[in-house]
Each structure stands twice: as structure tokens, then as C-alpha cells.
Ligand binder design. Sequence first.
Ligand code: AHG
Ligand code: MN
Ligand code: MN
Ligand code: MN
Length: 332
Amino acid sequence: MQGQHLTQFLISEQRRVGGTGELTLLLTDIAGACKGIGHEVNRGALAGNLDSIGSHENIQGEVQKKLDVLSDEIFVNSLSWTGHLAGMASEEHDEIIPIPEGYPRGKYLICFDPLDGSSNIEVNLSIGTIFSVLLAPNDNPTAEDFLQPGTQQVAAGFCIYGPTTILILTTGNGVNGFTLDRNVGEFILTHPNITIPEDTSEFAINMSNHRFWEAPMRRYVDECVAGKSGGREKDFNMRWLASMVAEVYRVLMRGGLFTYPMDEKLKTKGGRLRLLYEANPMSFIVEQAGGMASTGRERILDIQPVSVHQRVPVILGSKNEVARLVAYHLEG
Ligand code: AHG
Ligand code: MN
Ligand code: MN
Ligand code: MN
């Protein structure tokens, strides 16, 4: 149904599966946190949000932007006291974030990227927040308790702060998109049952890394670039936004292949994108929309994580193109 409010949608889903309402409340709180972040993103320079905060690096070795830190604070502050979570893990924190003493604990864990695509903040392009919800094995979780394969995710989503603010959500029963109506302050179901076309003639990759890629990736991209003159049945178009939320949103809307592959420079790190709060939630969403997500050699959702900030190669999007690229990897 079109025009439903997020809360109405979540309650009807809760009734359909006979849920307790805890996930509904958690997802509503997450949506609230995203509204808060979206508001700060929107105010930009008017609120001093584009100012630099010096040279503090996060655990990823990246210099944090003011909005990275602010978004993280909004997310943590909105969710830690609600009683739905037993622990949190964020891109911006070295260690997992415990629920403060004295607050009730809930049955879920959350892993999140408070602000994705943050190199685009000062150039006013789309950025977003990505999250993944897991069941907590106990109410005093350690980092090991977060190391669950992506198949265990209870829900995942992202909010994109672009020309419109849109929340994409899956609880394992398809993918739905909700646009923020600023007049009423509500997310409204505008994109029900999103499906990714199986075929595409669009790919997204950071081409400046071409010389560092592995042979199968070079073969695939070189063939796309050559198009009809190089053995492919069609010509291809290319995009690179350096913002995973914007790339995945485009893939959800009109298909495409998005990849941040392994390359020579990334070998010691395992890849560029982070498994628990980038690759897993996006792969869950993409699979639920009928697409495919792989490292090139294995399904992303099957990976047994070994650390909270683990990185992996990512290839996701329209099924037939991802399958072709995986086949190139498996051939060697
Ligand atoms: P984040 O801003 O959360 O650190 O993530 C940025 C990620 C992702 O959004 C994007 O696909 C990729 O990094 C861009 O990397 P390059 O700058 O190497 O293109
Ligand atoms: Mn970052
Ligand atoms: Mn990110
Ligand atoms: Mn980030």
C-alpha cells in the first residue's frame, strides 16, 4: 500500500509475523535518529556543521569530519537509553559501545555506519546512515557476540540524505522505501517492494585503482568499457559517487553493478568496505530486492566475521552481471 506511515507499516508487519513489538520500537527509534542526522546534514554550514574538527583519526585511519562525530553521537544518544539494545558497534568507535549502567538492556545488537560517504559532505552530494540489527546472545555482550554472519541479521537499512531523505528497510520480507515528508515529520511508504532488474548496462567502480585490481576484475571492467566492440552484447555506462548509500540506492532504483574490489593496496586490510556495518546490511538489502552480493569468491552474507571492523571486497547489484563477475573470479 502506498502512503502508509512507517509506524503503520511496521505495526502491520509486526502483526503479520506475531512479533512482540520490540523490533518495531527499535526501528522507529532508528528512523528518529536518522531524522536528527538528516536535519544536521541539511543545516550544513548554517549550523557550522561543515567546520573541520582538526586531525583526529578514527580506527579506520580516516580523519573524522565534524558530521561523522555528530551523526555518531545522535545515533548513540537516541538508541542507548531505549531498552531495545544490549550493545552497539560503530565505524567511529574502536571498541563496541556498551549500554550505560542503569539503563535497561534489550534483545538486539546494532552495527552502524553513522555517516557513509563522508568525503562528499563539503561538496553537497548524497550521504547516509547504514545499520544492521542482530539478536544479542546475552545482555552483556562482548565484541565476539557481534561476530555473526550476515545471514543472522534481523533487519537492515540505510537512510540517504539527498535531494529527498529516504529510508530503505528490510526485515527479511522484501525491501521497502520511505520518503521523509518534512511537513508532517513522518517517513511515508513511497517505494514498496523494491526489486533490482536482473540485467544492467551500468557499473560503478573507482577506476583510479585499475592498475591495482586482480585479473578477473580488470577483465570484467575492460570488457564493459570495450562494450559492443569488445565481446559484450551491449555498451556500458559508468558511475562513481564515492558514497555507498547513493550507489546502492541507484542500484535499487534502476539496477547496476557496484563494486569496491580487493586490490594490491588493500590486501593487508582485506578490502575497503567494512563487513559488519557496510557490506552485510547492504548485501541483505540487495538480496532481499532480488540482487546478488559477493566478494567474488563467496556470498558476503555467509562470511563468518573475525573482527568488528573487518573489511571485505564487495560486488553487488543486478544478478546476471554479479554472477558473470563471480564466474570470472572462480575461473581464476
Ligand atoms: P565512509 O564515508 O563511511 O568512511 O565510507 C566511504 C566508503 C563508501 O561509501 C564509498 O563507496 C567508498 O568509501 C569510497 O572510497 P574511495 O574514496 O576510495 O572512492
Ligand atoms: Mn569513514
Ligand atoms: Mn561508510
Ligand atoms: Mn562513515
